[in-house]
Design a protein around this ligand. Structure first.
Ligand SMILES: [Zn+2]
Length: 258
C-alpha cells in the first residue's frame, strides 16, 4: 500500500543504494535530485488527496454500496447560511452531517443547537481552520481538535467521533494528533468545489457528474450560492431516485460516543 511510511522507507533505501553505487561508480548528482524530487512529489500528492490514505485512514465513501444511497456533508459552518440549509433539508426530509469550525460554533450557539435538535450529525473541523493548520505540530493540532470537541459537546452531550481536516490535507502531525484524540477521519469523494467558484451551473454539473452509490458529497454552509445549488441538487437526487442517508448509516460508524 502506498503510505507515507512505505514510501519513506522505499526512498531511503533508494538513496542508500545510490550512495553505495556511488562508491564504485561515479553516479551523476542529478540522480539524487531526481529521487528526492519524486519523493517530495509523492508527499505532496499524498498529503493533499484525502482519499489516498497516505498519512491517515480516511473514510471517503462506501465502495460496497450498490444502491443509490449517498450522504451529504457541509463544512466550515455554522454561519447565517446554515439556517437556509436547514430549511431545505427539512423540506426534503434529509439528515446531513455538519463539520463545524469551533470558533463558528461559539459565535452561533443557537444555530448549532438547531442543527443537533433537527437530527443532523456534527463533526469536528478544527477550531480556527487556519491556513497554517498543516504546519502545526501534533500538540497544537490535538489542542485545536479537543477545544472544538468541547464546544460541540455542550450541544451534543456526547463525545464527538468524526474529524475532517481543514482543506482535506493530512500530515504526519495530524496522524500523530489523531492517535491521541482517536477521531475517525471522514473525507468525501464528491467534491462540489463551491468554495472555489460561485458559478452555480458549474458546481451543479460537477456534482451530478460525480454522484454515485455510496458517495459522500462535500458542500459548504457558508455562502448563498451553495444554498441555491443545494436546492437544485436535492431536486436532482429526488428525480433520480437517490436516497440521502446519514454518514453513520452509509459508513456504519458512530458519530458520537456516549
Ligand atoms: Zn473547511
Amino acid at each position: 500500500m502506498i503510505t507515507h511510511k512505505n514510501i519513506s522507507l522505499f526512498f531511503i533505501f533508494l538513496l542508500l543504494l545510490l550512495l553505495l553505487l556511488n562508491l564504485y561508480f561515479a553516479i551523476n548528482f542529478w540522480w539524487f535530485v531526481v529521487v528526492v524530487s519524486v519523493w517530495f512529489l509523492f508527499n505532496l500528492v499524498g498529503s493533499s488527496l484525502i482519499s489516498s490514505n497516505y498519512h491517515v485512514k480516511a473514510f471517503c465513501n462506501n465502495p460496497l454500496e450498490t444502491e443509490k444511497k449517498i450522504a451529504i456533508t457541509f463544512d466550515d459552518g455554522p454561519s447565517v447560511f446554515t439556517l437556509e440549509v436547514l430549511a431545505l433539508l427539512k423540506k426534503y426530509d434529509i439528515k446531513a452531517t455538519f463539520f463545524c469550525i469551533g470558533k463558528n460554533v461559539e459565535a452561533h450557539p443557537e444555530i448549532i443547537q438547531q442543527i443537533v435538535d433537527e437530527g443532523h450529525l456534527v463533526g469536528n473541523h478544527s477550531y480556527n481552520h487556519s491556513p497554517f493548520f498543516d504546519f502545526y505540530n501534533a500538540k497544537k493540532i490535538s489542542e485545536e481538535i479537543q477545544k472544538t470537541d468541547a464546544v460541540l459537546e455542550k450541544h451534543t452531550s456526547k463525545k464527538i467521533n468524526f474529524f475532517r481536516p481543514p482543506y482535506g490535507v493530512t500530515t504526519p502531525s495530524i496522524r500523530r494528533a489523531l492517535k491521541i484524540t482517536k477521531h475517525k477521519v471522514i473525507g468525501w469523494n464528491i467534491r462540489s468545489l463551491d468554495g472555489g467558484t460561485k458559478n452555480q451551473n458549474l458546481i451543479f454539473n460537477r456534482l451530478i457528474k460525480r454522484v454515485c452509490p455510496g458517495g459522500i458529497v462535500l458542500l459548504h454552509d457558508t455562502a448563498s450560492h451553495s444554498v441555491l445549488v443545494l436546492e437544485q441538487f436535492l431536486q436532482f437526487l429526488q428525480q433520480n431516485n437517490y436516497k440521502v442517508i446519514s454518514i453513520e448509516e452509509l459508513l456504519n460508524l458512530k458519530a458520537y460516543e456516549n
